[in-house]
Design a protein around this ligand. Structure first.
Ligand SMILES: CC(C)(COP(=O)(O)OP(=O)(O)OC[C@H]1O[C@@H](n2cnc3c(N)ncnc32)[C@H](O)[C@@H]1OP(=O)(O)O)[C@@H](O)C(=O)NCCC(=O)NCCS
Length: 341
């Protein structure tokens, strides 16, 4: 039997991008009330001056919808035209349903295919690769990809290796058909041998100590899982191995380092960004995203938030080429060259 198969648009591109930054600004002085550290240490080791932490009402749903509305508006696409919603998050605390379904519903993308992915800090790049493939295969026409985290829900306030880094926020992109190539080939992968370097301290069931008579959780908050990280090996892996992946993404897109306009890596640590910039031998005129200074590390949200900041400040412009690369817990990684909306 012969099946009919679809094919879609020749090319896909990001049509619009938007972000949501939580209201509350937490500076290094406040962090130093939680851990034995200093403003100087945090600035020089990570590049972070302040970060945004979500308040109770700034939920995964709320931040995602706010970012998505901006992205849709800028793309000139109605919510009803979106046929696929992909949400990348590791901090949505409901196992099911996927938060993508309720986000699609609140936006008015009511019958859209909707699902969540777990690809940590590489999530925005994973989602962008999926959206590009879906559009070119004909499976989707307009895809909304959202990277959103409330990392502070899973951060131990007395952990010196994570509390000054992690933050909250959402970034969204509308991806659709295009007359010219707007998303280069993805270079992606994983290395599960290194999974213990960044992981949840305990499985969810460890947070619970069920009293079988009362069906009550008697563990209190003490067993609540958080994210733990061995910072230094992750730092080395990100600075050296990821620079090679970024170079492969440039090569796959046929863009020479001296032709690139913008470099927007995952905002993990300013020193990682600097090390990658040097390893890639990018010319000094290339605009580099340094959003981590004011926003902290927001995992899947960091790349779209950083790009939005560059577009809003005028440092980057629509039509420019931008190398993005995400890397994090898994370990997972993905990078590609995109054309800015
Ligand atoms: C977390 C990170 C900033 C730490 O920087 P680092 O240069 O690796 O620091 P180290 O862990 O080697 O510690 C160096 C020293 O600072 C101290 N230190 C660690 N945390 C500290 C803190 N918050 N404040 C002050 N001092 C601290 C250590 O005790 C150590 O002291 P010692 O030299 O006397 O033993 C860095 O490793 C990092 O950014 N890693 C990658 C994060 C990342 O990319 N995550 C993946 C994506 S989410």
């Amino acid at each position: 039997m012969k099946l009919t198969v679809t094919s879609g648009a020749k090319y896909a591109a990001i049509l619009g991008l938007g972000g949501y930054r939580p209201r509350r600004v937490v500076d290094n002085a406040e962090i130093c009330t939680m851990i034995d550290s200093s403003d100087e240490w945090i600035r020089t080791r990570s590049g972070i001056i302040e970060r945004r932490w979500a308040s109770e009402d700034e939920t995964i749903q709320m931040m995602s919808v706010a970012a998505a509305r901006k992205a849709l508006d800028r793309a000139g696409i109605e919510p009803g035209q979106v046929d696929t919603v992909i949400v990348s998050t590791v901090t949505h605390l409901y196992q099911t349903p996927a938060v993508a379904t309720t986000i699609a519903s609140e936006l008015g993308s009511k019958s859209a295919a909707a699902f969540d992915i777990s690809a940590a800090c590489a999530g925005f790049c994973y989602g962008t690769a999926m959206a590009d493939s879906f559009i070119r295969s004909g499976a989707s026409k307009y895809v909304l990809i959202i990277g959103v985290e409330r990392l502070t829900d899973m951060t131990n306030r007395s952990d010196r290796s994570t509390v000054f880094l992690f933050a909250d926020g959402a970034g969204a992109a509308v991806i659709g058909p295009s007359d010219s190539p707007g998303i280069g080939p993805v270079v992606w992968g994983s290395d599960g041998d290194q999974a213990p370097l960044i992981q949840q301290t305990e499985p969810w069931d460890a947070a619970l100590a069920w009293d079988t008579d009362s069906y009550r959780n008697t563990a209190g908050e003490s067993n609540w899982p958080t994210l733990k990280m061995e910072g230094n090996p992750v730092f080395k892996w990100a600075s050296y191995t990821m620079a090679k992946t970024a170079a492969e993404a440039l090569d796959a897109a046929g863009v020479r380092p001296d032709e690139l306009d913008v470099f927007a890596p995952h905002q993990a640590n300013m020193r990682i960004t600097d090390a990658m910039f040097r390893a890639l031998k990018l010319p000094s005129r290339v605009v580099v995203a340094r959003d981590i200074a004011r926003q902290g590390n927001t995992s899947a949200a960091s790349i779209p938030l950083a790009i939005e900041a560059l577009l809003e400040s005028g440092e980057a412009r629509s039509g420019q080429t931008c190398l993005i690369i995400g890397f994090g817990a898994g370990l997972v990684y993905a990078g590609q060259v995109i054309v800015l909306p």
